[in-house]
Design a protein around this ligand. Structure first.
Ligand code: ATP
Ligand code: MN
Length: 479
């Protein structure tokens, strides 16, 4: 018999024909003559209630516990109880796999997120994590759908990179050299000519530089791949391995870049609202319960769904770094020395406390900050006429801080070369990149969206370790 998913079954009407459902037991309760089994197969957050009466032997029922996997054949009937319209009256149950209740870590009670992180291989089986990962899938699909509908080509940029100057943080080395007997040069350095690629290589921190090459021929491209950063920043917003979406558009200036970023984020929010209703309802209630445990002044004003709607429907605020600097310098928390890092000199980078002040207190909506001081941004960002700032933009989100970083790229060969010299980026290592400015150079722009930061926002979760299946962070690469 062909398997029917729980999602499908719950949408059907009661009927006489037999159906076969398979899934995992969430809970089992009952009396001598009837057992109620909540069965979930991951197709939806909702369980189907399996009713096992006399047709099912005592021996079978005895070995059914939370976590066991079952194949159930029966009829869909009108539910007697409240809470569901339809239930499955079992005619036969096959136990596919038992789960010993003395050993199975997930019991039908609330587990802490920390505990579930230590059991990341099993946490998919909880309501919260199955909801998160269905939404993560929906967002992946929506990203491709958005760019496809706008005529972008998806480009797979390399994961192993030979350039160590991508300018976005510390890298992980990739090498096959014998660690106990590393070949050395006469000067005593590691002899990478004997390594797999004949040179030093690392895991990529960004696909941007390669994506630019593609954009300068295909017009509109985007990457969606894993990126790696060996920063020892143990925060709730950083992973050592994360996924990034990086569009790159030829002939686009920073205004168009910001428009694209805003349109994309609003599209993704709308997509979630329209396509992840059950999972969002569940997470909305979950967040509401969490907030109740917080002090009043620390509670979020909007619920999860309200927050997503708000972003989908309202224009983002756009201000320059200098405007933001003025606001922050004159702000109450700065004057009262409440910020951990006080805003004094023009030119320093904003910390997450400053970004959150602007988004959550000052403007109460997403904010795009543009035209940052050149010294705190990468070499490839386009220099403004003032000689002090570059055409960069960061999109800041409530509860998250920076979700996107982007810029108009420097298309003028001489300016790019002098910026590289200023920032100690070696020309000979990036000769291929410079070629794009020698041959048919055009203005172009792009940005990077941290996929997990987006998922944090859409699920209302507080820790980035909970929105990627198997997180990689300092001292943590289990599973
Ligand atoms: P941050 O200042 O938050 O550390 P960044 O400025 O170093 O980020 P970019 O190099 O601009 O980040 O990368 C583009 C986007 O990738 C960021 O806006 C963010 O959404 C995401 N991102 C960056 N670093 C991480 C990380 N370690 N883990 C998860 N997402 C990240
Ligand atoms: Mn950034």
């Amino acid at each position: 018999m062909k398997r029917t998913t729980v999602k499908k079954a719950l949408s059907l009407k009661a009927g006489e024909e037999l159906v076969n459902l398979k899934g995992w037991v969430r809970t089992k309760r009952g009396s001598k003559h009837v057992s109620f089994i909540a069965l979930n197969d991951g197709s939806t957050i909702n369980n189907i209630q399996v009713v096992a009466e006399d047709a099912i032997s005592e021996e079978v029922l005895k070995i059914i516990h939370t976590g066991a996997s079952l194949s159930v054949v029966g009829k869909l009937v009108q539910s007697q109880g409240s809470g569901q319209a339809i239930e499955l009256l079992a005619e036969s149950i096959e136990v596919l796999g038992i789960a010993d209740p003395d050993e199975y870590p997930l019991q039908p009670k609330k587990h802490s997120l920390e505990f579930l992180r230590e059991n990341a291989h099993l946490r998919f089986r909880t309501n919260t994590f199955s909801a998160i990962f269905r939404i993560r899938h929906a967002m992946t699909f929506a990203v491709h759908s958005f760019f496809n509908s706008k005529g972008f080509s998806n480009i797979h940029t390399p994961i192993i990179t030979g350039s160590d100057c991508e300018g976005a943080g510390e890298m992980f080395a990739v090498s096959t050299l014998d660690k106990k007997n590393t070949p050395l040069t006469e000067e005593g350095d590691i002899d990478y000519t004997q390594d797999f690629f004949g040179k030093e290589t690392n895991l990529t921190v960004s696909g941007q530089l390669e994506a630019e090459m593609a954009a300068l021929a295909l017009g509109k491209v985007y990457t969606f791949g894993p990126t790696f950063r060996a920063e020892n920043s143990n925060t709730s917003r950083h992973l050592a391995e994360f996924w990034m979406i990086e569009p790159e558009v030829a002939f686009a200036d920073l205004e168009e870049d910001m428009d694209l970023a805003e349109e994309m984020l609003q599209y993704l929010c709308t997509y979630a609202l329209e396509n992840c209703t059950d999972d969002l309802d569940f997470l909305d209630k979950r967040l509401f319960e969490e907030e109740k445990n917080k002090k009043k002044e620390e509670r979020q004003e909007l619920g999860l769904i309200e927050k997503i709607k708000f972003v989908a429907e309202n224009d983002f605020e756009r201000i320059t770094y200098t405007e933001a600097y003025d606001i922050l310098r004159n702000s109450k928390p700065n004057k009262k020395k409440k910020f951990q890092y006080l805003i004094e000199e023009w030119g320093t980078d904003f910390q997450s406390e400053h970004e959150r002040y602007l988004v959550e207190k000052k403007f109460k909506k997403p904010v795009i900050i543009t035209d940052y001081p050149k010294d705190i941004k990468a070499f490839y960002m386009r220099m403004n006429d003032d000689g002090k700032t570059v055409r960069a933009m960061d999109v800041l989100f409530p509860g998250i801080g920076e979700i996107i970083g982007g810029s108009q790229r420097e298309e003028r060969l001489d300016v790019l070369k002098s910026r590289m010299a200023e920032m100690d980026v070696l020309e000979h290592e990036l000769s291929w990149y410079l070629d794009s400015r020698k041959f048919g150079s055009v203005p172009h722009s792009g940005f990077g969206l941290g996929f997990e930061r987006l998922i944090l926002f859409v699920t209302g979760m507080g820790n980035i370790r909970d929105v990627i299946p198997f997180p990689r962070t300092p001292n943590n690469a289990d599973f």
